[in-house]
Design a protein around this ligand. Structure first.
Ligand SMILES: *Cc1c(COP(=O)(O)O)cnc(C)c1O
Length: 397
């Protein structure tokens, strides 16, 4: 069994704060602070450009990818780090639709994160030629997969509601219709067990600054199934995805396997933070995380429903049907969340009316859940949210 007091001690959480927004930005791992300082001083400072070889910087994207791969059921050598998630979505989509040249549809759902949909729109706009992004309601995805679909673009856990798609079943349905799958694991990696290999997923992408705690702007990852590794064409054909970057050839040739999904110079400082952040995963298992996450989200729902009848549950009631977050609706959601944050319970707000709470067992336990419920009840009972100061929207909600 995981020692969750020990995992909690790995993080810097400000005194008195109950942090229920690790699904948006994970807190600072103490080890990352030390590792980044050491990397800057000894490697960047001490080695200068020779760090690319001597400190192994150039190999980091695949090396760190390997550690992420273990959390998401990826085969060895199938995950590489780089860029941001939006870029990785584009890259995976472009590769997938080139593998189905006689089809024109990217299928997604209306609950998907806007950036995923925007990137798909940009891609189909660029391609012209009848390419189309088709979106259906989340519960209709499976039925909408037909012979026109080149690939699906589905985020496994809905960022607003926490609704969980069935990766194995959708992948099977897609394959039986001859389509490929691109899975976005933004709210899955580090949140719940994922089995990419077992599900037969084709491509997957995700970010690391949410449940994987790499810090703001930390690098994203991309997975390509081994069977596609030597055939997927990287549309973003940057020099570090070239078979031989330092031959400085005039024309692009894709690199071997997953290396071809690299684009340009990796963000080494952020990779150092991520590498240190990954250490906590050696102290637990995704099964332990999932069991505790389900118990804590159930406890939170029960507590809020008992104490705050005005809040309407927006997440699936069945723990097995949701990720590691709980959302509630209220027309004054924004002001309520600001009032909560002012009282050191940090969640976030997603338009139009969603109060979102991420539940992260690495550093959240029953005591924090109960205290958060109590503060929320106090805010609701006394209309503490009803204050003009809480109605002014900040740039980031
Ligand atoms: C958080 C998130 C993003 C953000 O993309 P960035 O390029 O990292 O800003 C994209 N898609 C989904 C599904 C997300 O949850």
């Amino acid at each position: 069994m995981t020692d969750f007091a020990a995992t909690r001690a790995m993080f810097h959480i400000p005194e008195g704060v109950i942090y229920l927004d690790g699904n948006s930005l994970g807190p600072l791992p103490r080890g990352a602070e030390a590792r980044v300082a050491q990397m800057m001083r000894d490697e960047w400072g001490g080695m200068l450009v020779t760090g690319w070889n001597r400190a192994g910087w150039m190999a980091k994207p695949a090396k760190v990818g390997e550690r992420i791969g273990r959390l998401i059921g990826a085969e060895p050598g199938t995950v590489v780090m780089g860029d941001t998630l939006s870029i990785k979505v584009y890259q995976a989509l472009a590769a997938a639709i080139r593998m189905r040249p006689d089809r024109r549809v990217i299928l997604s759902d209306t609950g998907n994160f806007p950036s995923d949909l925007y990137m798909a729109e940009g891609l189909v706009g660029l391609l012209g030629d009848g390419y189309e992004l088709r979106t259906v309601a989340p519960e209709d995805v499976e039925d909408a997969i037909d012979e026109t679909v080149a690939c699906t673009l589905i985020t496994e856990v809905d960022y607003r509601t926490g609704r969980l798609h069935d990766m194995r079943r959708i992948t099977e349905t897609a394959h039986s219709a001859g389509a490929l799958t691109v899975w976005d694991l933004a709210h899955s990696a580090g949140a719940l067990p994922v089995d990419l290999a077992g599900a037969g997923a084709d491509f997957a992408v995700g970010c690391t600054y949410k449940y994987l705690n790499s810090g703001p702007g930390g690098p994203a990852f991309i997975y390509v199934a081994p069977r596609h590794a030597e055939t997927a064409e990287p549309a973003l054909s940057g020099w570090l995805g070239h078979e031989s970057p330092f031959a400085f050839e005039q024309h692009y040739r894709p690199g071997r396997g997953i290396e071809r999904m690299r684009v340009g110079t990796p963000a080494i400082i952020q990779l150092a933070a991520l590498e240190a952040a990954m250490d906590v995963w050696d102290m637990t298992t995704m099964e332990d995380i999932r069991a505790k996450s389900m118990a804590l989200t159930n406890r939170f729902i029960a507590g809020v429903e008992a104490a705050c009848p005005a809040l309407e549950l927006a997440s699936p009631r069945d723990a097995a049907a949701r990720g590691s977050q709980v959302s509630f609706r209220h027309p004054e959601g924004y002001a309520i969340m600001q009032a909560l944050i002012a009282r050191k319970v940090i969640g976030d707000f997603r338009a139009p009316d969603i109060l979102r709470f991420g539940v992260t067992p690495l550093y959240i336990g029953e005591a924090e859940i109960d205290a958060a419920v109590e503060t929320l009840a106090e805010v609701m009972d006394n209309r503490l949210w009803d204050d003009p100061a809480y109605r002014t929207r900040a740039a980031v909600t």
